[in-house]
Every structure is written in C-alpha cells, then in structure tokens.
Design a protein around this ligand. Structure first.
Ligand code: CTP
Length: 400
C-alpha cells in the first residue's frame, strides 16, 4: 500500500521514525512529508534513509510530476504523526502552503492524525473545536495518550506509541470484507486442574488467536473471542468495541463457550490449544508427596471440540482449525495436516511450525493453510498479525 506519513513540528517526531520503519518492514511504500518545522526535530536525511524515498517539504520541487497533488492522489492512507495544535488548526482551515497541506487537500484516502501537545493546548477550546470538525469530516483521531510530556508535565497530550499507531494504520487499511458477519475465535491454552494449585497445561500464549480476533474486527466483523488463560498484556490487543471477550479455563468450559458462540457465527476459528486429556479426578485438596499420590495421574480424553462443531454446523458456516507440528519436513507436515483436516471435518487447517523460533510463545509465526484435498491455499510467515491477515484472506476467498 502507498502510505503518506506527514510529520509536523513536535518533539514526538523522533518516535515517527520507528513508525516509518514498521510500515516499511511490513512491505508498504512510504513517502514522508515533513513540515519545515518538523525538520528542526528530525532531519531530512533521516527521513530519506528510513523511507527509502525522496523527501521534500516544498510544493516547488518535482513540479513536472505535479508532486503537490500526485502524492495525495496515489495514497491509500495519510497519517500525520505527530500532529501539533498548529497543524490541526491548519487542517481545519484547509491551508495548503506546503506539500503536506496540498497533499491533505488532494487525497481521497483515509486520513489519520496522532495529536501530540501539552495538556493545556489539547484541552483548549480552539483545539477541541478543530478536532471535532476534523472528526466530522471523517479524519481518524488516534489518541492522544495520557502520560509523561516534555518538561516533566503529565496528562493527556502524549502521542501514541509507534507500535500503536502502526496497528491503527493497518486497521484503517483493512478491507471491510467481514462486515456484517459474526465470527467466533478461540485462543490461548486450556488448563486442566489436578488439584487447587496444579494443572496440566500447554505453552500457548494466545497471541495468534488474539491477532485473528483483532484482524477480524478491523475487517468489520463482530467477534466473540473465547480466551483461555491469556495474560492481560496479550489480551490488550483484543480491546475493540466489536470484540466480546469470554474468559474460560478448562477444555470443558472452552467447549461450552465455543458451542454457544458458534451458534450465531458465520466463521469459527479454533486457534486455542486444547488439552487432549484431563485428570480423571481433580482433587479439591492439594495433593502431597507424603500421601504418595503424586506419582500417577489418571487421565480421561476430552471431547474434540472442533470436530463436534464441524459435525453439527449450520449450513454455510466455515470452520478453521489449527495444528502445531514439530515435523521439520514440509511435505510430511502438509500430509499430516491434510489427514487432520479430513479427520476433523473442517474447511481449512492452518499448520504452524512449532519450534524454538516459531509458534508458541514467539512473536513470529509461519503457517500454511491446507484446504480441500490437501491443497495449500495460503501461506504466511511473519508477525502474528500478518499471519492473521493471510488466514482471513483464505477464509474470505473460500466463501466467495
Ligand atoms: N482441538 C479441539 N478439541 C480438542 C483438541 C484439539 O477442538 N480436544 C482443536 C484445536 O483447537 C485445533 C485442532 O483441534 O484447532 C488441532 O489440534 P491438535 O491437538 O493438533 O489435534 P489432535 O487431534 O489432538 O491431534 P494430535 O494427536 O496431533 O495432537
């Protein structure tokens, strides 16, 4: 995608360097348009080096290619970070005496701004009135956050962190191809109690499932996220008005919650790592070595939740399962995945390589999505949000 990053004259400009890096790393074409004032904070060579594109502030450069409107016309998204009180006022008035001003007037792409200023300036009626006008015009206002400001002050006015801006930017670029649909996603790992202090569990962090929920919401879906033992940090990425989080602990609880969620869902994604077995009896007293009862735990098999959902699914519902496999040979991994897909009766099975660098507990993941007759319908390697995008693309393709 073509992304224009406008940078205006605030100290937070140094954080925008990281935003540009993240966008480039995710494969986007980025053009940085600073204001003259912004260059006092971060110099032109930095923006050129980091964006790998020519950078200018002026409407008088590259006139042959009508740069003053061409950049805005070609943009898929314009994000201004930081957006100072002055810039916000200028945008409201439609001033266009520099390249950023003309670009903002020439674009029909979504525009987002990340305000950054002192609390008093943010709260001033002029700024608030300008923000309201921009919001009414459809400009996305990202933040500001509440926290430490330059000079030791603290309060609302702090620019959002580059990682947050990156996520928001990608959400704005998301196609609305799941709008009007409800999807049910399970995430995390179940814990099967042995006694009040011990459990049988697994290493799933829930990151991939949470990324799937967040991506579905960004694409317009209403999401029911059934979350098994996910830390608050990880779950924070699922904070979205369209995501309804339901917390569960055991496989039995996850099964109940998913059957309930699946009843109204067009798509079911079982990303949770479900324990295949549970202790036959969970003791309500802590077991001790002294009693000699800890050397053996009798297990009973849990129901296969996703197979059950697939067997009784409503017409047209798409079901996606996951499998973490340690097999290193790709062909063998695919073959096993294809058999698992058949056995579970699901439409798609996303296999991920579970090793030291990928899968459980890691920020990155690599998956292949296996469809009908064992065909690989999609593959993706990268961050868990990137993998989530590829999986939803495959789901959308399937239902077209
Ligand atoms: N799953 C489930 N219920 C279970 C176990 C697993 O719904 N009791 C789901 C998982 O959420 C995942 C898929 O089934 O989407 C694959 O899980 P996996 O453990 O790989 O499958 P198994 O059938 O247990 O195969 P294996 O013997 O290879 O572990």
């Amino acid at each position: 995608m073509n992304i224009v990053v406008g940078v205006t004259g605030g100290i937070a400009a140094y954080k925008t360097v990281q935003l540009v890096r993240l966008l480039i790393k995710a494969g986007h074409e980025v053009t940085v348009i600073p204001t003259e004032d912004a260059l006092r904070f971060v110099g032109l060579p930095t923006w050129e080096a980091i964006s790998r594109n020519t950078v200018t502030t002026s409407v008088h450069d590259d006139v042959a290619r009508v740069r003053h409107v061409a950049l805005g016309q070609a943009a898929d998204l314009v994000i201004v970070a930081p957006a100072t009180a002055n810039t916000i006022a200028r945008m409201t008035a439609g001033l266009a005496d520099d390249l950023l001003g003309t670009t903002l007037l020439a674009t029909t792409a979504p525009v987002a701004i990340a305000p950054a200023m002192h609390t008093e300036m943010w709260r001033h009626p002029s700024t608030q009135a300008n923000i309201e006008i921009l919001r009414e015009r459809g400009v996305h206002i990202l933040g500001p956050g509440d926290g430490e400001l330059t000079g030791g002050d603290s309060g609302p006015g702090r620019m959002l962190e580059p990682e947050e801006l990156f996520d928001e930017a990608l959400a704005l670029l998301a196609p609305q191809d799941l709008a009007g649909r409800t999807v049910a996603v399970s995430a995390g790992g179940t814990r099967e109690p042995i006694d009040p202090v011990r459990f049988l569990g697994n290493r799933s962090s829930g990151r991939q499932g949470v990324a799937l929920a967040a991506e579905a919401a960004a694409r317009g879906a209403r999401v029911i996220l059934v979350a098994a033992n996910i830390s608050g940090d990880v779950l924070a990425a699922a904070k979205h008005p369209q995501i309804d989080v339901r917390l569960v602990g055991t496989a039995a609880e996850l099964g109940d919650a998913m059957r309930d969620a699946a009843a109204s869902a067009a798509v079911v994604v079982m990303a949770a790592a479900v324990a295949d077995y549970r202790p036959a009896r969970a003791s309500d007293q802590k077991l001790t070595k002294e009693e000699g009862v800890l050397d053996r735990i009798d297990l009973v098999e849990n129901d296969d939740i996703v197979a059950g959902l697939a067997a009784s699914r409503p017409d047209g519902q798409v079901i996606v399962a996951f499998a973490a496999e340690t097999l290193t040979d790709p062909a063998a991994r695919r073959e096993r995945a294809a058999r698992k897909r058949e056995r579970k009766g699901v439409d798609l099975l996303a296999v991920n390589r579970a090793d030291a660098e990928h899968g459980f507990e890691n920020a990155d993941n690599a998956v292949e999505v296996i469809g009908d007759r064992g065909v690989v319908v999609a593959s993706a390697a990268g961050s868990k949000p990137e993998v989530a995008r590829a999986i939803w693309d495959a789901v959308v393709n399937l239902s077209q």
